[in-house]
Design a protein around this ligand. Structure first.
Ligand code: MV4
Length: 495
């Protein structure tokens, strides 16, 4: 087993990883940028190293500085978390070359799944269902012919793409060449690669992804699905498992397809195979594979009873994953809500500021993963994710009720959050019926706050703010050490 792990990330996921390390008896090294010098993730680790200024490029995205930090602190492995360098094949390769262990898949697996066109070709070869379409076309005429064969509407996508960049829906032939031109331009700007693919457009699709997990000894299983259809602009908001749409038969089929997809690239460690699911036809197609731990991994942990981060570390150290597919089951229903510091009434603009009051919900079956505490600053440098609220109940209706109750207890002042917005989604009839497709938030849900906050609640909030401001001023704004501080001041940690 490893002696010490460097966590090349920040915020809630850095804390999630360091807790897993601590439980396994492994020492932790945190890294932090200027903006994060007082952050919880740095204070909770055994050691913390300053790696650069606040911009991600100068800190959490700087591969060489991170590897230097790991070598200097005598860590033997690096956990990349999600985002930042977690899906960089070149970073994984550099970690290997430095004789450190990258806790994740091999650089080759990351590379094989990194390109949409390449991975789609590999999946077709492996017998995994892909959306009907073509790769490698060049002339407008080739695209025109392909579109006629597929049948409109079609979708033009950047081969090198991800996250919806360089994607254009084309409803008929008259729109085609304009769409190709603008998609090419966007693909070139975003990825430095103008190759496009074309496929059938599925308008009412659901996003259903399968967690997969493999060890270094060729054993690879799936850990069931996550339904992630509540999203806007490719940003997920609510995820749940099991999906309300899948029968056990479909679940088994898609799970098998996910395992096939991962095995085709000799996958090891945690990964996610994304499918697009058409509820009218009950058909599913491979979209892409995310070669990292995902934000929404906790819901899978709750229904399977597995600690995915601990298993990531254990299999990276060479341990066998001990469960066969038959031994794995889903128990109950889990939902995650992503609490963002953003303003739903103002086009979901990020909201920054000091967390004057921050109180997390508690209770049976309630989990909060967050990198923030009261008094912390939410800055514009990083993702505005304040916390992940995860609930686990016996079945879907109970889990929804538990989430609604927990969101009511979640109190945040100082920044605007999407909590009320998520309450409105959870209370919607379409959500209750599992009818939310990936376009639902944008199309059917023009949300503005239903009621103005009451006078009493405004007074209560102001009083709470005043108390916190006074309390925090003696902790956060003072140079005197707080005698009651639960945070130790580890060696190597510089303020
Ligand atoms: C699609 C699609 C409909 N038909 N492909 C969005 C980003 C990338 N992962 C693929 N995406 C989509 N591909 C076909 N053939 C609809 C989407 C899509 C989507 C997919 C998953 C999750 C959210 C989405 C939101 C809008 C569109």
């Amino acid at each position: 087993m490893f002696n010490k792990i460097l966590i090349a990330n920040r915020g809630e996921i850095a804390i999630r990883v360091l807790r897993a390390c601590r439980e396994l008896g492994i020492k932790t090294v945190a890294v932090y940028s200027d903006a994060d010098k007082n952050s919880a993730h740095a204070q909770l680790a055994d050691e913390a190293l300053h790696i650069g200024d606040s911009s991600p490029k100068e800190s959490y995205l700087n591969a060489d500085v991170l590897i230097r930090a790991a070598l200097d602190s005598k860590a033997d492995a690096i956990h990349p978390g999600y985002g930042f360098l977690s899906e960089s094949a070149s970073f994984a390769g550099k970690v290997d070359s430095a004789h450190l262990t990258f806790i994740g898949p091999s650089a080759d697996s990351i590379r094989a799944m990194g390109d949409k066109a390449e991975s789609k070709i590999a999946m077709k070869k492996a017998g995994v269902p892909t959306v009907p379409g073509y790769e490698g076309l060049e002339s407008d005429n080739d695209f025109k012919q392909a579109a006629n064969e597929i049948g409109y509407p079609v979708l033009v996508k950047a081969s090198a793409g991800g996250g919806g960049k360089g994607m254009r829906v084309v409803n008929n032939e008259s729109e085609l060449s304009e769409a190709i031109e603008s998609a090419r331009r966007e693909a070139l700007n975003s990825f430095g690669d103008e190759r496009l693919l074309i496929e059938k457009y599925l308008p009412n699709a659901h996003h259903i992804e399968f967690q997969v997990f493999g060890d270094q000894h060729g054993h690879l299983v799936h850990l069931f699905e996550r339904e992630c259809s509540v999203q806007r602009r490719h940003q997920k908001i609510i995820e749940e498992t099991p999906s309300p749409l899948l029968t056990n038969e479909l679940r088994a089929q898609m799970g098998e397809a996910a395992v096939k997809a991962a095995k085709a690239v000799h996958y090891q460690n945690a990964g996610t195979v994304e499918f697009i699911f058409d509820p009218q036809l009950s058909t599913y197609y491979f979209l892409e594979m995310n070669t990292r731990l995902q934000v929404e991994h906790p819901i899978t942990e709750h229904v399977t009873g597995l600690d995915l981060v601990q298993w990531q570390i254990r299999v990276a150290a060479g341990e066998r994953f001990p469960y066969s597919q038959d031994q794995l089951t889903q128990r109950g229903h889990a939902i995650e809500c992503r609490v963002y510091a953003e303003d739903p009434a103002n086009n979901f603009l990020p909201s920054t500021g000091k967390l004057l009051q921050y109180i997390e919900p508690r209770g049976p079956g309630i989990r909060v993963d967050s990198g923030f505490r009261a008094g912390d600053e939410v800055t514009h440098f990083y993702d505005p994710l304040l916390a992940k609220l995860i609930v686990h109940g016996e079945f879907r209706e109970l889990a929804i009720q538990k989430m609604q109750s927990a969101l009511k207890e979640f109190i945040v002042h100082g920044v605007i959050t999407n909590i009320d917005f998520m309450q409105a989604v959870l209370a919607h009839d379409d959500f209750a019926k599992g009818k939310v497709s990936t376009r639902w938030v944008e199309n059917n849900f023009n949300w503005s706050p239903a009621v103005e906050p009451s006078f009493e609640s405004l007074i209560a909030a102001s009083l709470a703010d005043l108390t916190i401001v006074n309390r925090q001023s003696s902790i956060v704004n003072s140079n005197e050490p707080d005698p009651y501080s639960p945070w130790k001041n580890p060696s190597g940690f510089r303020i």
